[in-house]
Every structure is written in structure tokens, then in C-alpha cells.
Design a protein around this ligand. Sequence first.
Ligand SMILES: *[C@@H]1O[C@H](CO)[C@@H](O)[C@H](O)[C@H]1NC(C)=O
Ligand SMILES: *[C@@H]1O[C@H](CO)[C@@H](O)[C@H](O)[C@H]1NC(C)=O
Ligand SMILES: *[C@@H]1O[C@H](CO)[C@@H](O)[C@H](O)[C@H]1NC(C)=O
Ligand SMILES: *[C@@H]1O[C@H](CO)[C@@H](O)[C@H](O)[C@H]1NC(C)=O
Ligand SMILES: *[C@@H]1O[C@H](CO)[C@@H](O)[C@H](O)[C@H]1NC(C)=O
Length: 481
Amino acid sequence: MAVYALPLFAYVLGGLLASVAAQSEYGQCGGIGWTGGITCPTGWVCTDLNPYYSQCLQDTSSGTTTAAPTSTSAPSSTSTSATSTLTGIAASAPTIGPSHDVGKLPALGWNSWNAYGCNINETKVLNAANQFISLGLADAGYEYINIDDCWPLTTRDASTGRIVPDPSKFPNGISGVAEKVHALGFKFGIYSDAGTATCAGFPGSLGNEELDAATFAEWGVDYLKYDNCNVPGNWSDAGNPPGGDWYNSNSAIRYRQMTAAMNETGRPFHFSLCIWGNANVWDWGARVGHSWRMSGDSSASWSYITSIITTNVQHLDSIDFYSHNDMDMMEIGNGALTIQEQRTHFAAWVFLKSPILLGTDLSLLNSTQLDIITNPELLAFHQDATIGTPAAPFTPTAGATTPSPPEFYAGTSSKGTHVFVINTNSTALTKTFDFANVPGLGSGSFVVHDMWTGKDLGTFTTSYSTTVDTHDTAALFIKPA
Ligand SMILES: *[C@@H]1O[C@H](CO)[C@@H](O)[C@H](O)[C@H]1NC(C)=O
Ligand SMILES: *[C@@H]1O[C@H](CO)[C@@H](O)[C@H](O)[C@H]1NC(C)=O
Ligand SMILES: *[C@@H]1O[C@H](CO)[C@@H](O)[C@H](O)[C@H]1NC(C)=O
Ligand SMILES: *[C@@H]1O[C@H](CO)[C@@H](O)[C@H](O)[C@H]1NC(C)=O
Ligand SMILES: *[C@@H]1O[C@H](CO)[C@@H](O)[C@H](O)[C@H]1NC(C)=O
């Protein structure tokens, strides 16, 4: 695993001078196999991102937000004029953007991590691809079959320096899997890390970007998820970046190096920045990749679903074609989410245009779950080729207060206006909105249509009321009567 910059924080505690070895900001502070320190600097909290990696992240619970990832960065116009005055690595870092031959719409696919963690192999990946066909997911538009962490051996090839697929997991190599995935009609994704090692301790690509991008291109890879573990101290961001623009932060530059390396291969890659919402990524992500994670790893819990919606609604301006806030992989089929919570999970990822990467053993999904993830009207909103913006919160009736996360969202598709209503309460409630309050509708009579069932619910004037089950989401298409 990586070597960390030595922590340099001293604390005065209760009148005693004590020197506490704290990890650096964004440094690792725990996880399977971790033997280093577990203390974070003041104002930073050791946060479990997955079983293999805990990291010092800023404590946002106290309401104190300091500089780094939560502050508003300088407008990009400043950055352009500041470019000439940049020094060090920021002055010479590549500025090439991601391919626009791919990644216009949020990705639809499957990823191995939530289902299998490190326990992956060729059979499981190809099963998922075959299930895309047998379960109707291919027809619904699911496209990517992606392998997450733990696919290679722990050391690179001694003579070529290349990452080596683990032959016990992938006896035909990664190229063998990619070839079979392509033959079934799908695109193929892989995983690496913008640090010295992945979160589970396999080789990372920092400093090997060109070799690894060339290797992935040669293998037929179409999509790269690029994680953020094991970042050497001199590559993390301790304070504000040069010129106040997070595009020039060390974090962004680690990702920019891979964008440039992928460009050099001549193969279009869909680039997914797994940067956990650090470094104001929503401000610059579209200049570097197609989607970017807004948080640490998801969990199969209602609290994760509500917290990531709360985070994402603060950054909806970043979402458009080729530019997607990633709410992380799906948990439908995992844990103890109720079917209502699974519907909200899917609907929120749809109306906020997050990538939707299924994360379960697809053979275990029942027909209700399959109906959710293949719902044609919700998927049409998500994959709309003419409107790239997401739904956004609105005030349903005069004077209504907006809870956190908001419960009422309105959005536009090529068909017209849609309203999504989440019930975050722990009891079923009647939810009401006035048509005049829905952006773009105005007053009058409207036919309200249920996107889940594909049926019209009737014609209504002034307002619409419906009972929404606890933790469920109503998905409505509203057309003039
Ligand atoms: C590489 O970048 C150039 C310049 O932006 C662009 O025209 C080209 O399509 C890119 N190629 C790939 C494979 O991303
Ligand atoms: C993958 O793992 C499954 C379950 O452990 C096993 O049945 C299968 O043979 C394995 N396939 C490969 C290629 O190792
Ligand atoms: C960190 O140190 C490595 C090794 O000296 C160097 O290659 C790299 O450019 C440094 N990173 C930054 C952001 O200065
Ligand atoms: C599928 O599982 C969910 C729980 O995840 C359950 O609520 C639903 O009734 C099940 N559907 C069928 C058809 O068994
Ligand atoms: C949620 O339910 C509780 C108890 O049933 C109630 O006191 C509360 O007012 C409800 N919240 C909203 C926003 O309706």
C-alpha cells in the first residue's frame, strides 16, 4: 500500500503539550489491512468509504465549512486568465477534455462491486452480461458491463510494467472478457485509481497513466472508473488550489493526467471520476470526464438515499449532456430496502440524471424489482436525447416549506413536464401541488399520467393530490387537458 506524508499536527490538550500523529487531510485512516494512524486533523473526520478504505474528510456535521471541497470556487473565467500565472505542476498539466463521442447521456449498466466486492471473476461478469439479455435489461437500454476493484495481481509485470489481470479470476485475461462482452452487444468497463494503489491495494495508475490507458485501450475497454485511494501526500490538497480554481488542484490534475492519456490512445473512453465529492469536482468535472461521484460509497439504506439527494440538489447546475453528478451505484436487490425505497432510489437517480449502474446479482431480482429498473417512461426521462437537465425542487403550494431533502421536483423531457414527489415521512401522506407552482405549467386543466404504470389518472384543475406511501415516489407526466 501507499506511503503517506507524515502528519504534522500538534495539539495542546488540557494544558499538556501532546504531539498527536494525525493523518493528513484526505489521508487514509482505516480499512481492512490498514496499520497506520486513525486520527484526523481538527475539523476532519475519519469516514468509512468502503471496507477497505477510510479517509479523513472534512467534518460537515458541525456546520463549519472551511475552504477546500465545499467552498465555492472562483468562476472559470478567472481561471482562464490565471492560467498564464500558474506555477509548478498546475502550469504544465494537460488540459485536454474527455471524448464527446461517448458519455452524452448518463451511463446505464452494471458494476460488480456492490454485488461481489473483491470476490469477482469472469463467470460472474459474463453472467451479468447474459442476464442483461435474458432479463430484458438490454432492451431497456442497459449498456455497460463494468468490473470494479480487485481484478489484477498485486504487482505489475516486472519487465513490461503493465498491470496483470489475476489469471485465477480472469483465465482469459481482461481482453478475453471484453471480447465476450462486446460479442453480446455491450460496452465494457474497468477500474483503476488516481493514486499509487487502489482502495483494495492493487496497482494504481498515478504515474503510469499512459501505459495503463494504452493497456486498457488495447484490451478493448470502453469505460474507466477512476478511484481516489492511496494518494501520496504531495498529491493531495491541503489548502486552496492555485488561483482559487479547483480545476488546478492536485486532485483535478491527477484525473486530468488520465484524461490526456486516454485521449492519446485514440479510443473514446467514458471517464467516471470516483472522487467522492472532493475538490469541488462539480465545478470542473465536465472538463475532465463524463461523471463524478458526489460522495463516499453508497449503502443499501434509506439514510444513504436521502443524504445523497440532499447533497446532489445543491449542485444541479452541473448536470447536462456529458456532465453528470454520480450518486453511486444502485443498491436495488441488496440489503433491507423496502420496495418503496427501491422505487425512490431508482426514481431519484433517474430525475437527477445520475449514472445508473446496477449493483446486485441480477439473477436474484424479482419481477417487481425488474419492473422498476426497466420502467420505460422513467428510463426515457433519464435517457432523453434532447433535454439534458435534471428535475429540480419546486415549492408545491404557496407558503409550503421545503424539507431536506426536498420532496417535490419538476423537470422537462422532450414529451413535456414531469413532477416527482418523494414522501420522506415514515407514514403514508397525501401530497398536493398546485399546477401554477410547477415551473412551465401555469394554471388550467391538466391530464395527470402515472409514469410507473403508464396510465392516465384523470383530468384535474388547479391542483393535484395523491397519497404517497412512506418512502415512495410518485412519478407523473402532466399534459395540458
Ligand atoms: C482527443 O482530443 C482531441 C482534441 O480535443 C479531440 O478532437 C479528439 O476527438 C480526442 N480523442 C479522443 C479519443 O478522445
Ligand atoms: C467464479 O466463481 C464462481 C463462484 O464461486 C465459480 O462457480 C466459478 O467457477 C468461478 N469462475 C472462474 C472463472 O473462476
Ligand atoms: C509528488 O512527488 C512525485 C515524486 O517526486 C512527483 O513526480 C510529483 O510531480 C509530485 N506531485 C506534485 C503535485 O507536485
Ligand atoms: C420483490 O421483493 C420486494 C422486496 O425487495 C417485495 O416487496 C416484493 O413484493 C417482491 N415481489 C415479488 C413479485 O415477489
Ligand atoms: C411526519 O409524520 C409525523 C408523525 O406521523 C408528523 O408529526 C409530521 O408532521 C410529519 N411530517 C410531515 C412533513 O408531514
